[in-house]
Design a protein around this ligand. Structure first.
Ligand code: OSB
Ligand code: MG
Length: 373
């Protein structure tokens, strides 16, 4: 049995090195909800990927806190789990709230793997000890500023660039970028900003893009299926794929030929691995998306991306692309091969600076899961 004795929730803030602008808003500071599960002398960590506001998905830091404290904690009390894969069934009475569930599941995985002495990526079935990196670049003030950002990241050795696009920040931008960087691996992410029928979408085919990510509303699988038949650029889904079932529906409908997997968005690592397996059976490549995570969440992403069907570059950049000063050590660094190595230490493979988190936390709740005699 996995011993579950105490759950700690911490909220900490970390300023981003660069503000990150998408079609739905701008983030300057990451407000991070961390989960620590303690038991049997070990501690496991999870990071919740929810943001301050319900813009990327319905969840927020506050809803995740509420759901973990008031609904997941009671389920954990007296739970007899022998493996982290059993957590989704335990959490299934709670409808929705994948990011809240994923954060707790991650802490269970880390605790389990640390006590077993194995790296998380090996336990998940990883087949490589480094993952291909990529960088996601937000919407900039103007095109020259964007060109400079791209130049900087290409010079640092990032093997793939993803640009955020939206109506009005798309075709002219791509023309300028392709003129300056004809050979780079390039893809775009619209975060749901287009309406079906927008003529700009047909023009994406001119730019030799690896893929176009989530052009339409998150519920619009049929719209994506129609677009996938109209353009030759592969359509990739992010926001739309919230579960294994949704991934299956999207593939059945032909709504995408690539999937961006984020463990937080799909309710945890167990569901993420299942989506990976389904896509693999169908010959659909996947890659690991990011949510501007700290080192804890990045470690989870790296572990996931070691699975065999993660064959496209991932939104997993080095720590210094996000934060000057992270909460977990050592930092993730980009290798000369354009990869991020998977840690060899047990569990998520990074150490959390807990003393500092306790000092700096905007909120800390420490909840016993067993009766203290
Ligand atoms: O759509 O992939 C997205 C960040 C926050 C919310 C949504 C997205 C993103 C990114 C960042 O693209 C990727 C990263 O963490 O490097
Ligand atoms: Mg995306």
């Amino acid at each position: 049995m996995i011993p579950l004795e105490r759950l700690d929730l911490f909220v900490v803030e970390r300023p981003l090195v660069h503000p990150f602008r998408t079609s739905f808003g701008e983030e300057r500071v990451r407000r991070v909800l961390l989960v620590k599960l303690s038991g049997g002398g070990d501690g496991g960590w999870g990071e919740c990927v929810a943001s301050l506001g319900p813009w990327y998905s319905a969840e927020t830091v506050e809803t995740a806190l509420h759901v973990i404290r008031d609904f997941i904690v009671p389920l954990l009390r007296g739970a007899e789990m022998s493996h982290p894969e059993e957590f989704p069934a335990l959490g299934s009475p709670i409808r929705g709230h994948p990011m809240a569930k994923a954060a707790v599941e991650a802490a269970i995985w880390d605790l389990y793997c640390r006590s077993k002495g194995v790296p998380l990526w090996r336990e998940l079935g990883g087949v490589r000890d480094e993952v291909t990196s990529g960088v996601s670049i937000g919407i900039q003030e103007n095109i020259p500023a964007l060109i400079e950002r791209i130049r900087e990241f290409v010079a640092r050795g990032y093997p793939r660039v993803k640009l955020k696009v939206k109506p009005g920040w798309d075709i002219a931008v791509l023309e300028a970028v392709r003129e300056e960087f004809p050979g780079i691996n390039l893809q775009v992410d619209a975060n749901c900003a287009y309406r079906p029928g927008d003529p700009a979408l047909l023009e994406f085919d001119r730019f030799r893009l690896l893929l176009v990510e989530q052009p339409f509303h998150h519920e619009d699988l049929l719209g994506h299926a129609r677009l996938a038949r109209e353009i030759s650029t592969p359509v990739c889904l992010d926001e739309s794929v919230t579960s294994l079932h949704r991934a299956w529906e999207a593939l059945e409908l032909g709504a995408c030929s690539v999937i961006n997997i984020k463990q937080g968005r799909v309710g945890g690592l167990t569901a993420a691995v299942k989506i990976h397996d389904l896509a693999r059976e169908r010959g659909v490549p996947v890659w690991c998306g990011g949510m501007l995570e700290t080192g804890v969440g990045r470690a989870l992403n790296v572990a996931l991306a070691t699975l065999p069907n993660f064959t496209l570059p991932n939104d997993i950049s080095a720590t210094d692309r996000y934060f000057r000063d992270d909460i977990a050590y050592p930092p993730f660094v980009l290798t000369p091969r354009g990869t991020i190595p998977a840690p060899q230490a047990p569990g998520i493979g990074v150490e959390v600076d807990e003393d500092r988190i306790r000092r700096e936390a905007a909120l800390h709740l420490s909840i016993p899961l067993v009766r203290v005699p």
